[in-house]
Design a protein around this ligand. Sequence first.
Ligand code: DUR
Ligand code: ZN
Length: 141
Amino acid sequence: MSKSVEQHQAALIAAAKAAREKAHAPYSRFAVGAAVLDEQGRIHAGCNVENAAYPQGWCAEASALAAMVMAGGKQVQAAAVYAVAPEAVTPCGGCRQKLREFAAGTCPVWAADDSGVRGTYTLGGLLPHSFGPSHLPPSTP
Ligand SMILES: O=c1ccn([C@H]2C[C@H](O)[C@@H](CO)O2)c(=O)[nH]1
Ligand SMILES: [Zn+2]
């Protein structure tokens, strides 16, 4: 029997927490770590990477997804975001869409901080009625 997705929660959050330590966030000083669980049960993590040209920075979730793609991961089974803020930090709108490329609407998204799990969501709850590949016309070879 393989582990249920929920059984990966602690490891996913630990990976997101460790990734947050790598954040390059000298402008906002808001360090974020993210981790995704792929279809093989592997965890890929990333941090936010800011830039002096502010709009060129990117989010922790984007880093984690890039790591997954580079490792050959195809599907996100669960995601975790780790940040320290007055309220639970969920992925920004752009990252919800980025996650949606690789995850089902039922995919759990956990927000965590130093006190533990602060929020449990699904991607479909965070991004309802989303745009996806099925909206595109069939591609011609
Ligand atoms: O879910 C989130 C929210 C924000 N950020 C980053 C973007 C920017 O570097 C900083 C402040 O918005 O936090 C993330 O990485 N993930
Ligand atoms: Zn984002």
